[in-house]
Design a protein around this ligand. Sequence first.
Ligand SMILES: Cc1cc2nc3c(=O)[nH]c(=O)nc-3n(C[C@H](O)[C@H](O)[C@H](O)COP(=O)(O)OP(=O)(O)OC[C@H]3O[C@@H](n4cnc5c(N)ncnc54)[C@H](O)[C@@H]3O)c2cc1C
Length: 379
Amino acid sequence: MQAIDIKPGELPPECEALRQEVRAFIAEHLADYPAARRARNWSGNDPEFSRKMAGKGWIGMTWPKRYGGGERSPLERYVVLEELLAAGAPVGAHWVADRQSGPLLMRFSPDVLAPRIVPKIVRGEAFFCIGMSEPDSGSDLASIRTKATKTEKGWLINGRKVWTSGAHRTHYMIALVRTGERGENRHAGMSQFLIDMKTPGLTIRPIISQIGEHDFNEVTFDDVLVPHENLIGTEGEGWQQVTTELAFERSGPERYLSSTQLLLEMLDVADADDPRHAVALGRIAAHYATLRQMSLGVSAMLARGESPALAAAAVKDQGALVEQAMPDIAHDLFGGRVDPDSPLAQVMQYTAMAVPSFSLRGGTREILRGILARGLGLR
Ligand SMILES: Cc1cc2nc3c(=O)[nH]c(=O)nc-3n(C[C@H](O)[C@H](O)[C@H](O)COP(=O)(O)OP(=O)(O)OC[C@H]3O[C@@H](n4cnc5c(N)ncnc54)[C@H](O)[C@@H]3O)c2cc1C
């Protein structure tokens, strides 16, 4: 059996000064930000906050200067993300663009789309959504049916995407669609497109989540005409490209730092002399410490130009397990004994409703474990 080689990562000393700068920024801009909002973590959406971050150079931090990026190291970016996530800062508006859409455009359309779009991402002026899942295609993404047909005027897109987070408040979608037949190879005949969300024929309908919030959408395409130049990369190579995009999507510290506010609220009210509290919270802290080393290891792999796909799947899978256990732990330790209006009760309630989605979004637990099994040579 092969092993997943994750070397524990370490942050260089110069990252400490940057950490203090991020903390000062958070203290200045989020001093009165309530715990119940912080619990939303990277789902929290505030374009104004995103623009303030852009002003600090913290969007596109590692990207080339020619696209407006900061050419800083992935480990410096890690420190910024870690502090923002630990504080529950509302980073959702630019998150997808910074994490995956920008890198994808620079990699697969470096001379056409990236020079036009990426500087806008860096300035906090272009937000993105992900058009992968369809009503009958989630885990089995290769079975998508939304189709683009080449015409003289551009590509004509018809079909339907679902679970599109933030489609109603973003400027662009990167969509995976069918441009050819599947044939023998079920991964053939797919391509990626940059789609302006204001294009005629594109309709966005809300889907309300079990939390009662509007984040998801259904997006339908009725003869949506997209310019030829909006084809990203190579026609028919969408599958290889989307696999790269998914590695970006799964590799960040947000995959174990989405429920941090609940841990902080528990620590606030915990009794240091109660061994049940000490054991349960100590165990979470130990899991966090291990996940942090693994996640830093993934960032170090990115810094060395290696592919972190397997290591990222391991961090996401284990991170979701720890985060999903937290509401039950909170309930066991404090349930029935907290004021329902207290920050702990509010954060507990939100987190309990949110965590089931953590092992669905970005690839389900079963799919990630399938990837891990293949990577380990077990299937
Ligand atoms: C919070 C959240 C945000 C999301 N945002 C977006 C977004 O912005 N854009 C987007 O495109 N999608 C988004 N999604 C959709 C997400 O990617 C899909 O929900 C996910 O890929 C699973 O697809 P599905 O829901 O169709 O479930 P299915 O694929 O139908 O799976 C149902 C169950 O069957 C299991 N299963 C399926 N196939 C196998 C198999 N081969 N072996 C073992 N078990 C299997 C799954 O693990 C799962 O438990 C989001 C989802 C969530 C929860």
